[in-house]
Design a protein around this ligand. Sequence first.
Ligand code: 2SA
Ligand code: GDP
Ligand code: MG
Length: 429
Amino acid sequence: MLIKIPDGAVWVILGAQWGDEGKGKIVDLLSEDADIVVRYQGGANAGHTVSFDGKTYVLHLLPSGIFHPNVVCVIGNGVVLDPIALIEEIEMVKSAGVDVSGRLFISHRAHLIMPYHKLLDKLYEQGDDKIGTTGKGIGPSYVDKYARVGIRVVDLLDRDVFCKKLRKNIELKNEIIEKIYGETKFDVEKIIDEYIEFDKKIDEYVTDTAVYLNRAIKDGKKILLEGAQGALLDIDHGTYPYVTSSSPTAGGASTGSGIPPTKINGVIGVIKAYTTRVGEGPFPTELKDELGDHIREKGHEYGATTGRPRRCGWLDIVSLNYTIMINGIEKLALTKLDVLDELDEIKICVAYELKGKKLKNFPTDSETLSKVEPVYESFKGWKTKTSDLKSYSDLPSEAREYIEAIEKLTGVKVSIISVGADRNQTILR
Ligand code: 2SA
Ligand code: GDP
Ligand code: MG
């Protein structure tokens, strides 16, 4: 199934909910006609699933275009790179017959995840105020980036620079580390050796990816910018503090890749036919009942990185209209329609009420969001298997009504409909 991408297109593909919308599937699908796919934020917290030819792969750092031999994959400067996870992943795709040589580029400017980041992540997650992170060291690594003490891929080029920065970091963190372990846990020399070894393994991929991408734009290449997590987990625009520490939104695609905003000419939002969230934080349409359990089991809603059960609920148009606004989403890809196949009734949240009054905007604080009452519109279920259907007109009329209601409520066209995890289980409009 080929989705044609115009020459010179630079499109952002991002999650318009709380992540796991099926970005991996959609990016893989679009990659068939793309030249370059770029990851622009997050790290190995992401789990992007790609399924084809009866096989399923979960990617954490490599862009979801990696299974298309003609696509160049770029890990941009906005990503926080876990060396161990990256090397494991390169090995994983190699054993699946994928050659990454000459078609994987990693930014010099990407920050590294260090062993103490993972430890601090776990430490901050103790107690009642936890965020429900993936424990992959993401937050602490971005803290160091913004505190201007982070270690970047470029620092590995000079052993002396790397050692100096690492020693300073360990010194800064020792106090906390000693509090947990009663002694300094980290062997600085061992970390240095491990990371220098890592540098040797990735050296062939490291380059100035901003220069590479801007040259590619001049050459009219077709570029996809792949967001991780989702817009409602954005550090600025998400349900703070229950967010990730990066910018999954369209703005982050520019800062996280070095592609200027003026060169981005399309934004596609990926949404599920319902909503999921993993980790803590408000979720107005959450179903804490058997229906929620049914959706979790039917949709295999378990974390692709941690295996944690995902919280499930109805589609929420209020939050969706907010993420459409923040990102300038012009097209929607709707996934997992098949998961709703067995339901008698399907609901969409069309408004929030607080103390009996309708809210005009998506609340700015999590406290308020946790108190809103969703107002639902009800739709008749189609009670028909959709996972083998190939065209829009094949879909049962109730399913089409559901999709068209989403379009009406958002003012955005649903251009791609996914009815199964496989590449081919897709309906185009
Ligand atoms: P972190 O680890 O600091 O980024 O966690 C902060 C919040 O961001 C959420 N988050 C995610 N939400 C959905 N999917 C993610 N990737 C994995 C997946 C998650 C998994 O694909 O299933 O396996 O558990 C992801 N990564 C981060 C996280 O749950 C916190 O709410
Ligand atoms: P991502 O993080 O947005 O890439 O999404 P994940 O890979 O974390 O989670 C999406 C899950 O749904 C994966 O297991 C996919 O294989 C699966 N999936 C994607 N699209 C569909 C679909 O249309 N139907 C079904 N049943 N599963 C899908
Ligand atoms: Mg995921």
